[in-house]
Write a new protein. Structure first.
Length: 400
């Protein structure tokens, strides 16, 4: 059986909390963070709902002692979450071991570049926000903020599976001996570009999203950042680290079905879950809880439901729920957000409710949990599926 990679720290900021304890309290209190848009000047403000973090950029910059209007929102969120993860791990010198940062984003610096785009040809007053559009800029800023020097720093952008792939790559880098420690996760902020893009796809809900509900209308976009600290056995032993959980299995695939839609029978999702179980050395019946991708779109929930039935069998699908009704769909950050939630499920032996469910889907007899459940949990399977057929699965476990 494959040995897992130790998770020694984690940090998160989302619409339901500014740190790990606040997020957990919201999860077990069924406190969603979905609301009308308040921070973005958009014509769709009264048409859709989002998972918005209410703290402003100026407030974040003051908190981080940064110059006013110097950073876009994605790196600000990322720095907050990465700092919490590093502090939780008890790291006082980020460069004392071979350390990497693998961050993910889809939005990058879009919230600022779109603001100053029309000044592009006439002024260079906000040139840093034009240059800060690309995905790697947020990773660079996070690396600088945590003091990382002369190490492995890279960015992954595979749509909504990005952070899950960052965690997978980090685990593989440690297993191969390339790195001793990796900070892994993702960050994405809301922007007009994202809102307009998803509005064009006609998959945004005008009310609270309802994963796995027969009458689901679409997703709520959200913003968040979440990072884990992964460390080698050597560091855990020599530094006497507290291990929160282990990245036990991982797998990714591409179903090559459609630019935005998942395959009707969940082919890519099945392959990703099969790979993760194989890496973990586990059988489907070993999984105690599935944190489903569960975007509340007609296509995703049907595809993922069929995929779970193919993996686990009729009447054998373990307890499952989607947590996107709490946070909204946080795009590249989603796999990191839900990895943190998976660790919390293991630590507290809790399964979170699938909020807003009123009517079960007619295509199959799958029933997500709608109440907080206390039970012994040893292995959590977390799905993250993205546009372009990018399908990724993580298995997070209590023991190596």
């Amino acid at each position: 059986m494959s040995k897992g990679v130790a998770i020694t720290g984690m940090g998160i900021i989302s619409a339901i909390g500014n740190n790990v304890p606040e997020n957990f309290h919201s999860l077990v209190s069924s406190k969603a963070g979905i609301s009308k848009i308040s921070h973005i000047d958009t014509i769709h403000a009264n048409e859709i709902m989002v998972g918005e973090i209410k703290t402003t950029n100026s407030e974040f910059e003051a908190q981080l002692q940064l110059e006013e209007n110097s950073y876009s929102r994605s790196p600000l969120l990322g720095i907050i979450a990465a700092n919490e993860a590093i502090a939780k791990a008890g790291i006082t010198n980020i460069n004392d071991y071979k350390t990497g940062l693998i961050s993910s984003t889809t939005v990058g610096g879009m919230d600022k570049s779109e603001q100053y785009f029309y000044e592009f040809f006439n002024s260079k007053n906000h040139w840093q926000h034009i240059n800060g559009l690309h995905a790697g800029d947020s990773t660079k800023k996070i690396a600088e903020a945590i003091g990382l020097q002369e190490s492995f720093v890279t960015t992954i952008s595979t749509a909504c599976s990005s952070a899950a792939n960052a965690i997978m790559l980090g685990a593989r880098m440690i297993k191969s001996g390339r790195l001793d420690r990796v900070v892994v996760g993702g960050t994405d902020a809301l922007s007009k570009f994202t809102i307009n893009g998803f509005k064009t796809l006609m998959i945004l809900s005008d009310t609270y999203n309802t994963p796995f509900d027969e009458n689901r209308k679409g997703l709520n976009l959200g913003e968040a950042a979440a990072f884990l600290v992964l460390e080698s056995e050597n560091i855990v032993a020599s530094e006497n680290r507290e291990v929160l959980a282990y990245v036990k299995g991982y797998g990714n695939s591409n179903d090559a079905f459609h630019q935005t839609a998942s395959s009707e029978n969940g082919d890519g999702a099945v392959l990703a879950m099969e790979k993760a179980l194989k890496v973990a050395g586990l059988k489907p019946e070993d999984i105690d809880y599935v944190n489903a991708h569960g975007t509340a779109t007609p296509n995703n929930d049907l595809s993922e439901g069929r995929a779970m039935l193919r993996i686990f069998g009729e009447g054998k699908v373990p307890d499952f729920s989607s947590t996107k009704a709490y946070t909204g769909h946080t795009l590249a950050a989603a796999g990191g957000v839900e990895a943190v939630y998976s660790v919390l499920a293991l630590q507290n032996n809790r399964i979170y409710p699938n909020l807003n469910l009123k009517k079960h889907m007619k295509e199959f007899d799958l029933r997500p949990q709608t109440k907080v459940i206390e039970k012994e949990i040893k292995h959590v399977l977390s799905n993250s599926f993205g546009f372009g057929g990018n399908c990724s699965t993580l298995i997070i476990s209590k023991e190596a």
